[in-house]
Design a protein around this ligand. Sequence first.
Ligand SMILES: [Zn+2]
Length: 397
Amino acid sequence: MNGPSLRRLKLYAAGRLKLKRYFAHCGDGRSQPRLPAQALLWAMLAGQFLRQTAFHAVEAIARTARLRKTGIGQRFSDDALGYFTEHADPAPTRQALIEVLHRAKRNKTFQDSPSIGLAVDGTTVGRCSQEVCRWCRPYRNDKREIVGYRHHLAMVSVVGGGITLPFDVEAYGPKDSEYAAGQRLLRRVIPSLGARFADYVVVDAGFATNTFLHLCDELALPVVARLKDNLPELSAAVEKRFSGQRPHRVVKDGKTRIEIWDADDFDPWETLRWETVRVLRYRQHQPDGTVTQADWFTNFSKRQVVSLALYRMAKSRWEIENQGFNDCKTYQGLEHICHHHPNSLLLCWLLTLLALVISRLYRLRYLHRGTHPPISACNLVRLLWIDLGGPTPCASG
Ligand SMILES: [Zn+2]
């Protein structure tokens, strides 16, 4: 059979995506390694591709499947993965993700899209009952009593380019915040990506503060941010003006009718170092009568970005929710704590993203040549299992 297989996926990653060097030098920090890091790293990625991400499941794949077919090449215990991930340097994995994005852009992966965005947002993962690591954040009930601990991270993803590629995370502990982690994340990834990689950053209202907006100015990255009541002056001015006006533009997006209001002469609030603020309001009318409305603000001028393009940039924020957090949690085990150690958690999160990026590029760009529709993520998992000769424990998706 000439269809997808773990071995072909490995050849694709090592060859087309040029990850061979990373596979050989993935940041192994063990003092006296008995097992090759490359085998453990590929085993964890293979577990992601097969949607079997718990360490004991990865170990079982290496133990029971035909090793030659998995590309793992070595049997090991799940303790080995714990020890490996505790000591691995996350920097090479982060760099590998950045290099894959550069390669994807050079290979015209995003060529059908007029602009490429970055979405930054935070999410909750890994719940536990005891405080174990420095990133455990207490979770309280209505009486403010601690009822457990959770982990939080900020994630950054390529959005608006026709393929969603989440590529880095920044964890934050009890005395930290999503907002601060999001800033650290942007400060790290923009210099590595290069200022010209992305055309904009899109964020929810929680990031719409002077510090974050000025950081984006410093990084030469235009911002598209949700406007909610946390900016009461601007919200009131927008409501006062737009509520009395007919929509400036009405467009059809599939079966949805969209009314758009767009004005670029709102006053910046006192401490914002922008000359003016542009606000876009859209009201979507679904065929079933559902109406949704949202306001967004930006420092793009109307000359730079027309109303409909700005509307699409705003909507691209949903990609990090749906194809980022949702897919990572539902199918890739992002919420599961494989080994409760901060470095191990971080490495598992980063490898989740790397596996997702490799499999999406493989499925949606490499396999999807010609006019046939792309195979679904679930079908790819099913085909990988069939190649291994095993049953297919695949949920839909
Ligand atoms: Zn913890």
